[in-house]
Design a protein around this ligand. Sequence first.
Ligand code: ZN
Length: 161
Amino acid sequence: MAIGQNKVVTMNYTLKDDQGNIIQTTDNREPFQFMSGGKQILPKLEEEVEAMIIGSKKNVKIPAKDAYGEYSEQAIQQVKKESFPADVELQIGMEFVANSPEGHQMPFVIKEIKDEGITVDFNHPLAGMDLEFDVELVDIRDATVEEMQHGHVHGPGGHHN
Ligand code: ZN
């Protein structure tokens, strides 16, 4: 059963790393919704969810290369302290967003702070991790015209509720 484009998919899931630690879960929360065909979730996960029947559960394992990529040492960079706003007190673990020359947003995190420079990491926080999803497919419905125009799911109360 292929879901195809422009369906609103509702699912519960728990995401674990390869050690079994829970990274994200919809347990005790509203189920997660996304619009199919819009690259809103990992393509590999969407592929697996597409093959599910409503109401069914599935364990999906996704290796790092098909998830957020392998961890890259080249994504670790040194930058000068002066590159940061002067009024921000830098701390390890702080997250920033840099703009690439092409205008892409590139999030990074501070790894190390030294007088000679700041070590930053552009790897995705889940880079290098094999992921495991426990998925329960709750519902699939057609996206409304408005949702298709916006490219995202609207809540039951209409626009952006
Ligand atoms: Zn909208």
